[in-house]
Design a protein around this ligand. Sequence first.
Ligand code: DP6
Length: 335
Amino acid sequence: MSKNTVSAPANIAFVKYWGATDIERALPLNSSISMTLDECVTLCTAELIDGAPHRDEIWLAEPDGRLAPAPPEFSHRVLAHIERLRKWAGREEGVRIATRNTFPAAAGLASSASGFAALTLAVTRTFGLSPSPGELSLLARRSGSGSACRSVFGGYVEWRAGEGAEEDNHALPLASADHWDLRDVIAVVEIGPKTVSSLDGHRRAPTSPYYDRRRELLGGRLDRVRSAIRHRDLAALGPVLEEEAIDLHLIAMSSQPSIFYWSPGTLEVLRTVRELRQEGLEAWATMDAGANVHVICDPDSEEGVAERLTGLASVGFVIRDGVGNGPEAESQALF
Ligand code: DP6
């Protein structure tokens, strides 16, 4: 049986998807914009299993090449997505997949975006299909991990809300990776999975008394981010990045029941990023639904940012990443 192996990257949202009109199919209440990463990727190999209709196998590939059975809570969503893709492809065969992240699983970084983008790509190829980028993005979105629809593209990506039919809702590229070389120094202050899933976060978001105000402000914020990307203007992008990240967490903290993703380390990193700016480095912070902080900076500032963050008591380790080109076919299979 022929195997297909792909890699798909994680992404960091500059404007966050938070709240959905349809949570199962990830139809967002607001548009979002992200930067696709380069180093933090999920690898996925898929092959058909002969004579086993609708019976799939999910494996986790260890760095040393061994395969371990995936835990049920992980397999559950993966199996549901394979079934969805099988139906879309009009096929019956079972699929064997193995998957591995290049970044530490314990880092609590969003691996579902890269994971579902890689799964969508590997499985559709294994069914002999070549979906267009828009179709791939749409299928990745239907995994329920909405941000996966942005990981299908490299560079800077926008996912618009509320325009047209469900089958037209997918992300689109705004600018390629070589348009603007931005770096992302990720300060890992907390390991382990987050306590409240993004799905619960989306569900609770509209219960925040500040949610409507957030939505009023988002149009202007999206315009500022688009314009900053177009003009490669970090001094314009940075303040919106921090404003937006704080806003996301304000909504989470004021939802019912409230969600606190931050840890003391988050605040230590935020304070340090302000100090770094006072010292002349171009560095701005953002956080997704977790405690870890992504510090977006220009290439000249990356070394100084990484060095300083590594030295902080609350930072376990830093991951140095940057804008990347999007999914790729890989020659080395995971099994
Ligand atoms: C805060 O529903 O895509 O990262 O399935 O956990 O990846 P996961 O989450 P998803 O929500 C993403 C929420 C966010 C903001 C964003 O990436 O836009």
